[in-house]
Design a protein around this ligand. Structure first.
Ligand SMILES: Nc1ncnc2c1ncn2[C@@H]1O[C@H](COP(=O)(O)OP(=O)(O)OP(=O)(O)O)[C@@H](O)[C@H]1O
Length: 361
């Protein structure tokens, strides 16, 4: 089963503190949504409001078109899977997975069929009679997913479910979780502060900060076309160049930064239209810089000298100082074939369609 979710103006105030501040979001049935943000940004508060464990101070929640704002957790079509998902150690996997069904009064034969189908879904049917201590951490995690899905929630809420796993297992489980979600088609809403995890699993990422939504979109959209400085910086690395619009011509804004003046396409402005004198910040990902010796670069930025360079396999990671003497350090990942060395002077440029320009509020 699956359902859409509609969050309207959800706010949660703890004393004088706004943990969630006027959040609205529409989730389509069957989407894998990731709530991403730093510690304390309100992700868990929003998830708890969806699960019914916290009542919002204002706003509404609807699931499958039904108002759920004041409905208790057990009466919602949601299941929550916490990081500390403790399986019952004395029970076989089949009984762990069937536990929620037993609580709902389902008979043993039917319950076991369902539990086996769920274990099949996560690739553990052959282990149905084993106990949790006989499993690896990743396998236990898969049992927890099977148990959460056994009761047929329309929406599965996952609060940092991979947080306790080591990095390698975590990356592996991300792929498995995504594959399971695509197989069952249930709406998943997953909380994490790990941007790589978000990119690996999400259909859409919701970037949160200070109780608010900063950006929502497909991982590639948030990376390539972020609509806020926070989203640009939280999703990967970016060079931020503060500047000012000095003139606007057809399709372009001339922007002056510490790297000189450059024509920036209007399409680079992802939020709002620039005007003459607008204060702006250009965001350039390290891998989008080109040295002038390469083709395909459109916007010439500045001559700059490499101060240090390290080989990272897929690229050379370089720091550069502009020839103008401006007090700024540029981080550029230059292609393997560029052979950069400290002391080299480069004419840095950027492909026009990779620049993002944000107007200062
Ligand atoms: N019951 C509460 N009483 C007071 N403040 C709270 C309560 N629950 C959460 N907060 C505060 O609300 C803010 C948001 O908390 P929340 O748990 O939603 O953050 P989070 O983004 O999930 O962070 P983390 O990744 O650390 O879990 C935090 O500053 C937290 O201290």
């Amino acid at each position: 089963m699956t359902a859409d979710v509609s969050i309207r103006n959800a706010t949660k105030v703890f004393g004088a503190f706004r943990a969630l501040d006027d959040v609205s979001l529409d989730i389509v049935a069957g989407e894998f949504i990731v709530l991403l943000g730093p510690s304390g940004c309100g992700k868990t508060t929003l998830l708890s409001i969806l699960g019914g464990f916290i009542e919002p101070s204002a706003g509404t929640i609807a699931i499958g078109g039904k108002d759920m704002t004041h409905v208790e957790p057990a009466r919602r079509p949601t299941t929550t899977m916490f990081q500390d998902y403790a399986l019952f150690p004395h029970m076989k996997l089949i009984d762990n997975v069937g536990f929620g069904l037993r609580m709902r009064g389902m008979g043993k034969a039917q319950r076991n069929d369902k539990a086996l189908a769920m274990l099949d879904l996560v690739g553990l049917r052959a282990s149905a009679t084993r106990k949790p201590h006989e499993l690896s951490g990743g396998q236990r995690q898969r049992v927890a997913v099977a148990r959460a899905l056994a009761v047929d929630p329309d929406v599965l809420l996952l609060d940092e479910p991979l947080g306790a796993l080591d990095l390698k297992l975590r990356r592996q489980m991300q792929d498995e979780l995504k594959a399971i979600q695509k197989r069952v088609g249930t709406t998943f809403i997953h909380v994490t502060h790990d941007q790589e995890e978000a990119m690996a699993i999400a259909d859409r990422i919701v970037v949160m900060n200070h109780g608010r939504i900063e950006d929502v979109g497909k991982p590639s959209d948030i990376y390539m076309r972020p609509r806020s400085l926070f989203a640009a910086g939280f999703m990967g690395e970016a060079n931020f160049l503060p500047g000012r619009v000095i003139s606007i011509a057809e399709g372009e804004a001339q922007v002056e930064t510490a790297l000189g003046s450059a024509p920036i396409p209007i399409t680079a402005f992802t939020a709002g239209r620039p005007q003459t004198n607008s204060k702006v910040t250009l965001c350039i990902r390290p891998e989008h810089f080109r040295s002038a010796t390469e083709d395909g670069a459109a916007v010439a930025l500045a001559r700059a000298r490499i101060t240090d360079s390290a080989f990272f396999g897929a690229h050379h990671r370089c720091h550069l100082k502009p020839e103008s003497g401006a007090d700024i350090v540029i981080t550029a990942n230059l292609p393997q074939t560029a052979h950069p060395k400290p002391g080299d002077m480069l004419d840095l440029s950027v492909k026009a369609d990779t620049i993002v320009a944000l107007i200062e509020a």
